[in-house]
Design a protein around this ligand. Structure first.
Ligand code: SAM
Length: 369
């Protein structure tokens, strides 16, 4: 099998950072667009990217693209896809359809046409299926694109978050912010208001070069075309990258119960001893050890959907403490609105706009010098 046409679904706003990551993972023809990143990869590349991407939400393969003006045409063209390479006897198929600006606007009928085409091509229907394969059909301007999901559960579900605290950031967002801030494992990292500990845990995994998908269950492991030895080789390579590391990662939180949850998440991720946890009011934070080189602060403060004035004063204190205590450090802060941004009172040196929890928020980059 030659190069596969792939598409990475990413959190809106992370397209460019995901494209950089895909280039680093040796994907080809990487091109970010408004919703994700298209690229080509070999099957080995697809394994590697699913195992090691920290930023992509899921990876699709584009199997077919054609025009269809009627449901029989959709059925006939869908039947030409070599479904037997991807769907075995113990796999059930779930089809998701979206239609826009097209003659075929009835998503239920489109789903039926595609499901029938797959069933008729295979000549069997899975019974008591142990595995599920998701297939996506997008019909836009009469152009049908059929994609195969290769990731199964979303890749941000790393498996370590047994507690989620309050309004946690997705693991992919935390990893992307660390990449965007060019955090290096040899510099100190402070995660005040750490909540469930996502920034600290992602940083620890980066320091260890631990592939984030090692525990993930991928649907391609059930594809009839899978070359088991090649998959095992990709998995072994990803496992071999993992090295025990020491790092200066400090996570703190005001709420003792949430802090304990962050510690339990870190233990689940196998990095509890790489992170120093402390119960601390972020307004009182200081450089962790006085002679250490400047490092990075990353935080996602509360958004104050209920008590706005308290939150504004928290952002103002965060700005003050950064100016007074953290000469030479960098900081990334997720802010929900211009009022919080203004309250920080710091010169913004970079800005990333991302969708988080259904809202657009800005991640601001600061440097105190
Ligand atoms: C939006 S949550 C952070 C979510 C976190 N990034 C995650 O992924 O789970 C904000 C956190 O800030 C904590 N917090 C609020 N005020 C604080 C303060 N003054 N000092 C330290 N932590 C505070 C809250 O208890 C809450 O856990």
């Amino acid at each position: 099998m030659g190069n596969l046409n792939c598409y990475a679904v990413v959190v809106p706003g992370l397209e460019a950072i995901a494209a950089d990551e895909l280039n680093a993972l040796a994907a080809h023809e990487v091109k970010a667009d408004a919703c994700g990143v298209s690229f080509t990869a070999t099957m080995d590349g697809l394994f590697r990217i699913n195992l090691r991407s920290r930023i992509c939400t899921r990876i699709l393969i584009r199997l077919a693209s054609f025009r269809a003006m009627s449901f029989p045409e959709l059925y006939n063209k869908s039947k030409k896809v070599a479904w037997e390479q991807y769907i075995g006897a113990n796999t059930s198929v779930s089809v998701r359809v979206s239609c826009s600006h097209s003659k075929l606007m009835h998503s239920g009928r489109a789903e039926l046409a595609l499901s029938d085409a797959i069933g008729d091509r295979l000549g069997f229907e899975a019974k008591d299926a142990a595995n599920e394969q998701q297939i996506l059909l997008r019909i836009d301007n009469n152009q049908c694109t059929i994609s195969l999901d290769t990731s199964g559960e979303r890749l941000d579900r790393r498996g370590y978050r047994i507690h989620s605290g309050k309004a946690p950031v997705r693991e992919t967002i935390a990893a992307a912010i660390l990449q965007w801030m060019e955090w290096q494992p040899d510099e100190p990292l402070l995660s005040p208001m750490c909540g469930s500990g996502t920034f600290a845990i992602e940083a620890a995994w980066m320091a260890q070069k631990r592939a984030s998908g090692l525990e993930h269950v991928f649907p391609f492991t059930h594809w009839p075309l899978l070359k088991e030895k090649r998959w095992q080789r990709a998995l072994d390579k990803a496992r071999a990258m993992h090295a025990e590391q020491s790092a200066r990662i400090f996570a703190s939180e005001l709420d003792a119960g949430i802090l304990k949850q962050a510690q339990e998440n870190a233990a689940q991720a196998g990095v509890a001893d790489m992170i120093t946890f402390q119960r601390l009011d972020a307004r009182k934070m200081t450089v962790p050890d006085n002679d250490s080189a400047p490092g990075l602060i990353v935080c996602n403060p509360p958004y104050g959907d209920r008590v706005k004035s308290d939150v504004k004063s928290l952002y103002a204190s965060l700005g003050d403490v950064f100016k007074q205590q953290f000469m030479g450090w960098r900081m990334a802060v997720m802010v929900p609105d211009p009022l919080c941004e203004k309250a920080l009172g710091l010169k913004v040196r970079g800005r990333l706009k991302i969708k988080h929890g259904g809202k657009w928020v800005h991640v601001l980059r600061f440097r105190e010098c």
